[in-house]
Every structure is written in C-alpha cells, then in structure tokens.
Design a protein around this ligand. Sequence first.
Ligand SMILES: *Cc1c(COP(=O)(O)O)cnc(C)c1O
Length: 380
Amino acid sequence: MIEGFETLAIHAGQEPDPYTGAVVPPIYAVSTYKQDGVGGLRAGYEYSRSANPTRTSLEECLAAIEGGTRGMAFASGLAAEDTLLRTVCRPGDHVIIPNDAYGGTYRLFAKVLSRWGLNYDPVPLGDIDAVRAAVRPDTKAIWVETPTNPLLGISDIEALASIAHQANALLLVDNTFASPYLQQPLALGADVVVHSTTKYIGGHSDVIGGALITRDRDLGAELAYHQNALGSVAGPFDAWLTLRGIKTLALRMERHSDNAEQIVDLLMAHPRVTEVFYPGLAGHPGHEVAAKQMKRFGGMVSFRVAGGEEEAVAVCDRTKLFILGESLGGVESLIEHPGRMTHASVVGSPLEVAGDIVRLSVGIETAEDLIADLRQALGA
Ligand SMILES: *Cc1c(COP(=O)(O)O)cnc(C)c1O
C-alpha cells in the first residue's frame, strides 16, 4: 500500500516506463501521436495540449500529494489561476480575495478579470466576521492565501470553507507558501488548491509552473476541459523538472523549517530588528490556527529593520550568501525588499507594504552560514 507523503511524492504517477523500464518518466517532447486507425488512440494520447505522458505523470503525482482526485499542470501559477477563475466564475459573479493577496493575483482580478465582468472585494481573511460580512448573494468563491506574502498572515481554512459552503460558494486556496507537505487544504474543506509550482514544489529556481488540484470529480473534469480549451499547459520539460523537484519536497520543507526557526531566534534577539513575522512564533496573531492546520511553519520569514526604509534596503544590499532576488521556495536563500521589489506594483493600493520590511526565503544551506551572513548584514 502506497500512502505516505514521501512515498507518493516519489512513486505516484511514476511507474517505470512500460516500454524500456526507465525508472524516471521520460520527457515526451512530442506534439502529436500516431493513431492505430482513425480514432484508435494508444493510451488516450492524441495531441499534447490535451495530454502528454510526462505532464500526466506530474498531474497524477500532484493529485496524490494534495489528497485530490485530479491534478492539472499549467505554464505558470497565474495561468492556473486564470483557468480556475474562468472555469468556476461567470461575468457578474463576486469573489472575496485576501487584502494582502499575492500581487500577481491582485493584478489578475484588478486589471484583467474585472474587464471580463468579475467583481472582487479585498478582505482581511484572518477576521472571520469581516469575511462573513463581505459575502453577498452573488459571491461565487472565497480566494485564500495562508501564510500570506510578505507578512505571513494566517487564515483558518476550515472556518472559511464553512462560510463559503453555507453561501453556496467555493473555497479556493493558494497553497504556494505552505506546500502540500506542510498543509493539506482539501482535507480542511477547500474545493480547489492552487499552486505556483515555481516555488517550493519545483524547489530549485529553475522552472516556472502552476497547478490546480481538486477532490470533486465533476469539478476536476470541468477544470480539465478548460485547461485544454484555454491551453496554458506545462510543457514536458517543465513538467519533468517539477516532478524531479517534488521527490525531495518533504526533506526540503523540513530543512527550510529548521533553518527558518534558527534565523527567527537570531532576529528576535537582534537589537536592530524591531519586529519578526513568522507563524511559528507564539506571539504571532495566527499562531494557534497555523499550529492547527500546518505541520510546521515553513521557510518564509519577514522582519522590520530599525532605522526605516534606507536601513532595510542597506541590509538587503549587504548580504553575501542570501541572494538579492524576487521569488521564493528554492534551495538557495533569497533576500528582498518587498516595498521596492515584489510589492512595488501595489504601492498606493490596499496591498502596500511598509518600507522597513525585509523578506527572507530561507534556503537549505548550512544554518550557521546563513546566520553569520545575516549577522554581518544587520551590523553591530
Ligand atoms: C509566485 C506566486 C504566484 C504566481 O505564480 P507564477 O508561477 O509566478 O505565475 C501565485 N501565488 C503565490 C502565493 C505566489 O508566490
């Protein structure tokens, strides 16, 4: 019986190739498939937008590790989001989104899907009463991110699922920051899980990708129909890299969490750090909920630097091991200034981030080296 997370990550959808015995699924760099007589498809493959064996391996693995019945792989996280929203919503529908949504998600609602007639309201999802008050008769979905970016806000997936379902709406959870190893939204009542597999799932900063996973078979079929109809699928090489990354997801998430905890200890004790944002801290407002729904607290840490924006920027410029860069979830540690980098496009919107905040994506290097680098960057 195969059911442990690590076993599924390594084996689900990855039977040795029936033709050669290759232990790793081959990269099927192919667009079309020979038919044995008109309509005589071998193993159902017809055209690679509709299905490709390397992508199928990834999709079956994604479904298994999120506890779903169907997984779908896309060219990017945003391609997955666009397909999801245009599948489950109609023009005129209303969606509740986090008031600190990922910037690209906010832009998709504000600049693209609003023109298609989708209405949305940014709401603080950590405040259950505020969410309940924001539900309207035409609310079709609640979009959740937990933990959020960059302040690591936490919202209660189970409670939000019950609000959504009472309103006949769907609960859509962007599980990118936690990864399926640390958090299983479908088991907590979510209808669809969304990923930017670019981040922890891929894990090596070498591929852009996205995913949708659902447990409901009818919804899965409808999403798959739109995946093919809209066509923003993952290519076979990208699918292969992502699948390779998944094999070590459990080990990586443990190490990301170990290293982040040690860095949080350093930051909490440092005189030039005025506040630390990490859901593993007992004083974090979402700590109890996070402890209930997450296995550990992951590798993302943000903090405020004494001296304001100029000092925060200077800390980002001074690290040597932490690489100054956007994105997150790779094996290498990254540092960034959200106000001027990842969140520069939301300055002046409800999603604006304070200038003294620095965000870390803590990698899996030797913890002592990471600590020494941050210590020197923060200064005496
Ligand atoms: C990066 C990211 C996305 C977008 O994914 P892409 O792969 O860049 O398109 C969506 N949500 C979250 C939380 C992200 O971090």
